[in-house]
Design a protein around this ligand. Structure first.
Ligand code: CAA
Length: 406
């Protein structure tokens, strides 16, 4: 029998709080319809001072293991994609290795290329398994980011925070991915960047939209060239979602490349894309994880109905690189998805007031330099309690431990 490789389990981790974009619109003197319809986002998840890409990654990964029944000891590769790393040298994967109790015989590292870093990890994990290096083990790929733009800037309503953890293995129970068949595109461009001294991203907003669409055309064109004429069409497509409207623009462009006129291309949006944008609209941009939040949203809404069908995936990283690839929803995925309760962390999040949001943002600059309490716990053990960033010790080492119940 042909061996299949893909995503066996998936879980999200999001911060405790979110800002409702109607509150942001009122505070910024903008009609709420601009954010809700024009941008296509309803809420954005906001990371507090004790929440960062490590705590979000740990929370997503613990859920992925707990709900799927897989043992962390079966992991031989752990890759974390992020563009909001917590240290210039020590990777988030190393913090995760300790927090999750991964085996010592394990390759661990962090990948960066703007929002593409998680996809780089995922494609690497597929190749690692296909090459035989895995020797029966699985890979843990986590995308984790806190997306920040300057308060009051056009990018502000496109912030967000969160992580997606994916366990990648042979005979996956969620989605089988086409190994060795993707269309890539790259170009040196300054559409979005984050200087080393800044926690906020800098962006040339309108240029970034154009670069995304050019990259989509390049990557999809490359992928499409190798599609046999009688290939089964893609039933759904998930895009990188910095905000919902961007995915809508991307879908129009892709279907016009297929030869549809604008109206016909737009007419396919509701069936082929809309369900993948429900969760992103509740979380905002999570950079590396955004494509996979879209995939989670699609599976959460429709897994049972699309078992056995093909799904296209488009990943974009500013700077820029993009890749278009595809997979097939596994038989039985619907039943597993019902158990994974993919949107549970989003349902549990609470609405912040504008004043709470402003306080979190103004504390951002000093958040990484808080002194950790001397008694700070270093290891999670078997506890289900959330992990928190407790502060730094006198040598600037980041300390993680159990969150104090609020
Ligand atoms: N009601 C409904 N719609 C309204 C409206 C209203 N009252 N007012 C405006 N709109 C619509 C506009 O018509 C526009 O729609 P179209 O794009 O379909 O024309 C939409 O709302 C946005 O309006 P503007 O273009 O005027 O918005 P803006 O200039 O304030 O900013 C943005 C938009 C450039 C995306 C900005 O939010 C930004 O810079 N975001 C960060 C960068 C980003 O996300 N880029 C995406 C590509 S790069 C990428 O994908 C990587 C990544 O993750 C960052």
């Amino acid at each position: 029998m042909r061996s299949t490789i893909g995503i066996d389990s998936l879980a999200l981790g999001v911060p405790r709080g979110h800002l409702d974009l109607r509150d942001l619109a009122a505070a910024r003197g903008v009609p709420a319809s601009k954010y809700l319809d024009g941008i296509g986002t309803h809420r954005m998840a906001i990371a507090a001072a004790d929440e960062d890409p490590v705590t979000l990654a740990a929370s997503a990964a613990r859920r992925a293991f707990a709900l799927s029944g897989l043992d962390p000891k079966e992991i031989g590769l752990c890759v974390v994609g992020t563009e909001t790393a917590v240290d210039h040298s020590k990777p988030i994967a190393a913090f995760l290795h300790g927090l999750l109790g991964l085996p010592s015989a394990c390759r661990i590292f962090e990948t960066k290329h703007a929002c593409f870093g998680g996809t780089a990890g995922l494609l690497n994990a597929l190749d690692w398994i296909a090459s035989g290096s895995a020797r029966g083990r699985s890979a843990l790929v986590v995308c984790a980011d806190v997306a920040r733009y300057a308060p009051g800037s056009p990018g502000e309503p496109t912030q967000g925070a969160g992580a997606v953890a994916m366990i990648v293995s042979e005979r996956p129970r969620l989605i089988e991915l086409d190994v060795g068949r993707s269309g890539a595109y790259a170009r040196d461009v300054h559409d979005f960047w984050r200087p080393l001294h800044s926690k906020d991203a800098a962006v040339d907003g309108q240029l970034s939209v154009q670069c995304y669409l050019d990259a989509l055309a390049g990557a999809y064109g490359e992928w499409r060239r190798d599609e046999p004429a009688d290939a089964e069409p893609l039933a759904r497509t998930c895009y990188h979602v910095p905000y919902g409207k961007m995915a809508r623009k991307a879908h129009r462009r892709r279907r016009m490349i297929d030869g549809l006129d604008e109206a016909s291309a737009d007419a396919t949006f509701a069936a082929e894309v809309a369900s993948s944008l429900l969760l992103p609209a509740q979380i905002g941009n999570v950079y590396t994880g955004s494509l996979y939040v879209a995939l989670a949203s699609l599976l959460h809404a429709e897994a049972r109905a699309i078992e056995g069908q093909r799904v296209g995936l488009f990943s974009y990283g500013s700077g820029c690189v993009a890749e278009f690839f595809a997979g097939r929803v596994a038989a039985g995925a619907g039943e597993l998805v019902a158990r994974l309760d993919l949107d549970a962390p989003v349902r549990a999040s609470t609405r912040l007031t504008m004043a709470e949001y402003e306080a979190i943002r103004s504390a951002d600059a000093g958040a990484d330099r808080r002194a950790a309490p001397p008694s700070a716990a270093l290891h999670l053990g078997a506890s289900e309690q959330p992990v928190a960033f407790l502060g730094v010790d006198t040598a600037d080492r980041r300390i993680y431990g159990l969150a104090t119940p609020s």
